[in-house]
Design a protein around this ligand. Structure first.
Ligand SMILES: *Cc1c(COP(=O)(O)O)cnc(C)c1O
Length: 371
């Protein structure tokens, strides 16, 4: 039988390693790593694992990174059966390589697969695939402030068939991309536009799954915001168009003058961010009052204007923690606090980054060392 439903099946699957015969030379790599930006510089290799209903997961490979050749009738090109993950590998202060909470990404990848009716990759195979790519491409860590190796595991329906049904074949790939700090010097506060016309996720839909389709559905609103001079879109709930949910790819937190914090509750329409979860855990540990409760856009504006709300920030793997300076909704624009990064936001970000980089104690065993 196959591994479609067995979460902890042992990874008997051996990885065949085919080294890239023409890797990027070291001078060119050094040039790329000096200022990699985000998502444009890729390493020499990739991982690929195949699935079909008959064989289950098979043919695990580490191979030279390169183009795929796929039939134009491949299911993903028509019905968007695709999911992904995003996490960073870090070089710790002592030079060893580490991942941050990869088990959480492995579990979420399975949850996303379930929602999209895809084959579920066993969690240990997911983690082993990350270990393989980071190990072979260990020379691709940028040695710059905030630098890391961003890992992008993803999976798509690869059956060649135009009928509408869950694919019987899948291809799983992991790419690695050298990235710098998301922002060059400290984190500037971003400006947000509340989308009045579009929503991102509806009850019963795929909002909690990390699937490409959610992003496709958010792009028109995001492009509209950028065209108007904003940095990001805030999505409201689809039913009442009132409750603040999240940005296109980051979760939201609100910080109040009484020292408490709040974030919208997970309930199927919000992506359960691992950064969100880590920050909630750290805040509770600090004795901070934490609410996972709905927050309306009217209340956000009223609290910002009265001073009850002092800070707001977005969070996710790529940018970690990003302060929000200004928000424009149906009833005009409002500023948050002094409009720049607040004390609480900066403190939480520094605490999380210190754990991720191996510079602070890690009581929850979030950091997985790879060597
Ligand atoms: C990935 C993602 C996040 C952030 O999740 P992290 O695990 O913290 O990186 C938030 N919202 C959406 C829509 C996402 O896809």
């Amino acid at each position: 039988m196959n591994d479609r439903t067995s979460p902890h099946a042992p990874t008997a699957l051996p990885f065949v390693v085919e080294r890239n015969a023409h890797p990027v030379n070291s001078e060119e790599r050094a040039r790329l790593l000096a200022d990699p930006g985000f998502g444009r510089v890729f390493t020499d290799h990739m991982v690929m694992i195949r699935y079909n209903d008959a064989k289950g997961w098979h043919d695990a490979k580490v191979m030279p990174r390169g183009p795929l050749s796929i039939d134009p009738a491949t299911a993903v090109l028509h019905y968007a059966q695709e999911i992904f993950e995003g996490l960073k590998a870090y070089k710790l202060a002592d030079g060893s390589m580490a991942l941050f909470r990869p088990e959480a990404n492995a579990r979420r990848f399975r949850d996303s697969a379930q929602r999209l009716a895809m084959a579920e990759l066993p969690e240990d195979l997911f983690i082993e695939s990350l270990r393989q790519i980071v190990t072979i491409d260990r020379d691709w860590f940028p040695d710059i402030e905030g630098g890391s190796l961003y890992l992008r595991p993803f999976m798509f329906a690869s059956e060649v068939f135009l009928g509408v049904k869950p694919s019987s074949e899948y291809i799983y790939i992991v790419l690695a991309s050298s990235v710098g700090g998301y922002f060059k010097s400290g984190a500037p506060a971003i400006s947000l536009l509340v989308s009045q016309e579009h929503t991102r996720a509806a009850p019963g839909g795929t909002g909690a799954a990390k699937c490409g389709g959610n992003y496709a559905a958010s792009l028109v609103a995001q492009a509209d915001a950028i065209a108007k001079g904003f940095d990001q879109v805030v999505f409201l709930d689809a039913a009442e168009r009132r409750w603040v949910e999240e940005l296109g790819g980051m979760n939201l937190f609100f910080v109040f003058s009484d020292g408490s914090i709040q974030t919208p509750p997970l309930g199927g329409t919000i992506l359960p961010g691992i950064t969100r979860d880590a920050l909630l855990t750290l805040a509770r540990e600090d004795g901070i009052v934490v609410r996972e409760e709905p927050y309306s856009i009217e209340q956000w504006q009223a609290d910002a204007e009265s001073g009850r709300l002092t800070e707001a920030f977005a969070c996710g793997t790529a940018a970690v923690v990003t302060p929000i300076g200004r928000v424009t909704g149906a009833n005009g624009a409002f500023s948050i606090g002094a409009g720049g990064p607040g004390q609480f936001t900066t403190r939480m970000k520094d605490r999380l980054v210190a754990i991720q980089r191996g510079l602070a104690p890690d009581p929850h065993h979030w950091v997985m060392r790879l060597d």
